[in-house]
Design a protein around this ligand. Sequence first.
Ligand code: NAD
Length: 366
Amino acid sequence: MARHTITLIPGDGIGYEVSEAARRVIDATGVDIEWEVQNAGLDVVEEFGQPMPDHVLDSIRKNKVAIKGPLTTPVGKGIRSVNVALRRELDLFALVRPCKWYPGVRSRYQDVDLVIVRENTEDLYAGIEFAEGEKDTLDLIENIERLGGRRIRDDSGISIKPISVTATQRVFRFAFKWAIDNGRRKVTAVHKANIMKFTDGLWLRVAEEVATEFPQMEFEERIVDNMAMQLVQKPELYDVMVMPNLYGDILSDLCAGLVGGLGLAPGANTGDEIAVFEATHGSAPKYAGKNVANPMAMMLSGVLMLRHIGEKEAGDRLEAAIAAIVADGSNVTYDMKSSRDDPTAVSTSQVADAIIAELERAAVPS
Ligand code: NAD
C-alpha cells in the first residue's frame, strides 16, 4: 500500500482538539499516512513573524494535500484572515462544502443532501480595501467620481468586489465536472445579477456559457436572497450550488444549520494541483482547550481527503463509522444533544474513541 505524506495544520482554538481527534480516526482506517505537522496562526506569530510561515506553505506545495484546523482572525484589528490568504496564495479556487443530513441528527430537516461550491479567490474577499480617511481612499473617491461614478461619501471605507471571467469559468467548469463525477443531478448558479450588473451579471453570463459545455447536467440560476429562503423552505429541490465567495460563506453556515450545525459541516479547498481540507466552522474560542467541541466536521473533511488521495474505500468506511456513532446517539458532543447542557454529552476525544471502536467492530467479519 502506498504511503501518503500529508501536511497537518492543527490550527488554533478548538483546532488542536478536533485535529487530533480527526488524525486518530484517519489513522485507524489503516491508510498509511506520514503526517507533517505544521503549526500556523496567531500562536506562531511571535516565533516566525507571521501567522502563515513560508515553511508551512512549502510543506503543502510539496505534499499537495493538507488538512487544517481552524485559524482565528481577530475581528476588525486590521489583521487579514490567514485562511483567506492561504486559499489565495495556493490558488485553491474552489471550496466544496457538502451539507448532508445523517440519520439520528437532531434537525428541523431530514434527508438534506446539498453541496456548496464557493469561489475562493475573488469577490469582496479579495482583500482589496481602502480605509476611511486615508489619502489613497480619498484619491479613489475622486477618481471614481471623475470616471462618471457617483460621489462616494468622503468618510467611507471601501472594499472592492472583483469578479473575473477567468475565475468564474474555472469554478463553474470545476463544479460541473465535480457534479458529474459524484453522480449529482443539478447545478444551480447563485448570484445577485439584478443589482450588480458588472460583477454578478458577468458571473451569471459565464455560468450560462459554461453550462452549455455540460449538456448532460441540469442547470438553473437563483438570486441569492431567494436562494436563502428556498433553502429554508424546500432544501430538497437543490443539489450543487455554485456561488461567489461572500454568498458562499454565508449560505455555507445556513446549510450547515439545516443538517445539524457547524459540528457536522466539512470542506475541501481545491486548486489545479493542491487540496486543503478543513471544516466550515472556526476556532470557537470559548470552547478552546475544554475537549468539548464536535470533531465530526474535521473528521468528515478527512473523509473527503481520503477519497481525494484515492483511498475511497477507507473514506467510505470512515464515513460509515461516523454515521453509525451519530445514529446511535450516545457518543456525541453537546451540540448534538437535545439540550446544550445535557450531562450525557461526551468529549471530543471520546467521540474519536467511539469511532475507532466502530471502525474496528466493522472490520471483524460477522
Ligand atoms: P465558529 O465557527 O468558530 O463558532 C461559532 C459557534 O459555533 C461556536 O461558538 C460554537 O457554539 C459553534 N461551533 C463551531 N464549531 C463547533 C464544533 N466543532 N463543535 C461544537 N460547536 C461548534 O465561528 P466564529 O465564532 O464566528 O469564529 C471564531 C474564529 O474562527 C474567528 O476568529 C474566525 O475568523 C475564525 N474562523 C476560521 C475559519 C477557518 O479557519 N476556516 C472559519 C470560520 C471562522
